[in-house]
Design a protein around this ligand. Structure first.
Ligand code: DGJ
Length: 548
């Protein structure tokens, strides 16, 4: 080797050494397992995110004490916190990560993991969190235009100039994490926030119009099984929404891919949701471009570097929540709920989310800054409201990893009380489980006198459970304010069964069952009744075919 070559080799080696190595198997990641179920892996093992999202403007060191106060009260293991583009790049090319550093240090002190929310080009579709040098340069960073050609507040996804600077800033953030967060305090990153915008079915900038007048990309047409041709031909009344979803997702794909090339943390985009039960989606109530429930397929094709798209749930109507959970829990999409209303009536959906295979769940507006989120959430974050979530998080916290491991391996069911408190049933092979609500802890339908006396939960939006079938005849059930009844799901044999055992207990970190006390007699004769205080049961059932 010549001297020059040797010098170059030494320089290259020292450059490699000065970049902290990120061992890819230590990085948080999403693993997809048999049956299309998923696990979020953190520190090499499944992790259930018991999360909470702070208020938008709580991304300031001065209010972090009030954030940690609520995180502590909640027993949350993860804080979702915005990092604003304007905050980290106040002037172009000059970065300031002082807030990120304070957040990382304090999260480690509190033993809490972080999900960073990149408030970049879009925050609820708007440009509010972009730097002033972006806000004021309308030429370089064009806004969307309406049908009359008038510019709107929202930045257009069709401007490469905007994409380039957003991506540069995002990469700088991820590079900072690579350098300063070798221990992966940050376990996931949300790329933008509720991209897409209400009231603007389609961007009418010239660049957008040109693309809309072209054809639907072939890979998209194939994936959504629509004929190619124009957007209208392929998507009919959903053409504007599909078009905006595709190009918004392509934009975010580039940002995410560039970040992942630096440190491949799990990354996702969150959705402002339209009504999942609407027969015809009303364009007025659609955040056009968002990874909405009817655009998941489009986003999947457009943004392969995103690990998943995720629903922000602000409906406390169980039939809608159930539809959202079902839409986003897919073999190619891990269910994670980055935002949910924080009023107490949403807390029962925690169980439904767990049973639906969620890798994480976070109520929104969870800090003690005094800013409340009514009517999307609680009128006041008082002790009772916090406890509706905290009692469930506290119960699951010691076994969060065990639950995450089991939920990624076994078929599940998530259920919560609906408006009419009606029974809900689910078949697991030869077993039928029925959830019932507002029952006294003993007694059944034939006890007519019981009906006259409402239970403490009657009329209250509490009650839910997560169920896993951990063996052909074995069920793990966790929840509160709910009764689960069992029957054979076989003609003429509904009652040909018996309990072999019902045990109250818990899971260890690996998901092994640790029995506490057995339940029997009044505790099982009328189904198993989980009281208001959360409980976990393992139920083993036996067939009684020999009596026939
Ligand atoms: C959804 C957004 O993603 C949040 O940042 C917040 O604005 C809530 N809506 C409403 O409080």
């Amino acid at each position: 080797m010549t001297f020059t070559r040797r010098l170059i080799a030494v320089l290259l080696m020292s450059a490699a050494l000065s970049t902290p190595a990120v061992a890819s198997n230590d990085l948080p990641r999403i693993e997809t397992r048999a049956g299309g179920r998923h696990a979020l892996i953190v520190d090499g093992a499944p992790f259930l995110m018991l999360g909470a999202q702070a208020n938008n403007s709580s991304n300031h060191a001065s209010v972090l004490p009030q954030v940690w106060q609520t995180i502590g009260e909640l027993h949350a293991n993860t804080l979702e916190m915005p990092v604003a583009w304007g905050q980290i790049e106040p002037s172009e090319g000059k970065f300031d990560f002082s807030f990120v550093d304070a957040l990382l240090a304090q999260a480690r002190e509190h033993k809490v993991r972080l999900v960073l929310l990149w408030f970049g080009t879009w925050k609820n579709g708007g440009p509010g969190y972009t730097p002033e040098w972006v806000k004021t340069d309308l030429k370089r960073f064009p806004r969307k235009r309406d049908e009359q050609g008038r510019p709107l507040a929202a930045l257009s996804p069709f401007a490469r100039t905007t994409l380039d600077v957003d991506r540069t800033a995002f990469v700088a953030l991820i590079r900072h994490l690579r350098a300063e967060d070798a221990q992966n305090t940050v376990i996931m990153v949300q790329v933008e926030n509720e991209a897409g915008a209400f009231g603007i079915p389609r961007d009418r900038t010239p660049a957008a119009d040109k693309l809309f007048n072209g054809s639907v990309p072939k890979d998209l047409a194939a994936a959504v099984k629509r004929p190619g041709g124009s957007w209208r031909e392929a998507f009919g009344p959903l053409a504007d929404q599909a078009f905006m979803s595709w190009y918004t997702a392509r934009y975010i794909e580039e940002v995410a891919a560039a970040g992942k090339a630096v440190k491949p943390l799990p990354m996702y985009a969150n959705a402002a949701l339209s009504d999942p039960l609407a027969k015809v989606v009303d364009p007025k109530w659609v955040s056009s471009g968002s990874p909405d429930w009817n655009m998941i397929e489009t986003w999947k094709v457009a943004a392969p570097h995103l690990d998943f798209v995720a629903p922000d749930i602000y409906s406390s109507d169980w039939s809608r929540v159930r539809a959202y959970l079902q839409a986003y829990a897919r073999p190619d999409n891990a269910l994670m709920i980055p935002e949910m209303g924080n009023a107490a009536d949403y807390a029962r959906f925690f169980w439904a989310a767990l049973g639906s295979g969620a890798i994480g769940y976070a109520p929104f507006s969870m800090d003690a800054t005094g800013y409340v989120n009514y009517p999307l959430g609680a009128k006041a974050l008082d002790a009772e409201t916090v406890d509706a979530f905290a009692s469930k998080f506290a119960f699951m916290a010691p076994m969060a990893r065990g639950w995450a491991a089991l939920a990624s391996e076994h078929e599940g069911w998530g259920v919560a009380k609906g408006k009419a408190a009606a029974d809900e049933a689910r078949d697991f092979g030869e077993w039928r489980l029925t959830a019932q609500f507002d029952r006294w802890l003993i007694g059944d339908e034939s006890w007519t006198f019981v009906k006259a006396d409402p239970t403490p939960s009657t009329g209250k939006p509490t009650g839910g459970a997560a169920v896993l079938q951990t063996g052909p005849d074995t069920f793990l059930i966790v929840g509160s304010d709910i009764r689960i009844r069992f029957a054979r799901n076989a003609p003429g044999k509904a009652d040909r069964w018996q309990y072999l055992s019902v045990d109250e207990g818990r899971l260890d970190e690996q998901g092994n069952w640790i029995s506490g006390r057995p339940w029997n007699g009044d505790q099982t004769d009328y189904g198993v009744n989980l009281p208001s205080k959360p409980a976990m049961l393992r139920v083993r059932l036996g067939r009684m075919d020999e009596f026939h």
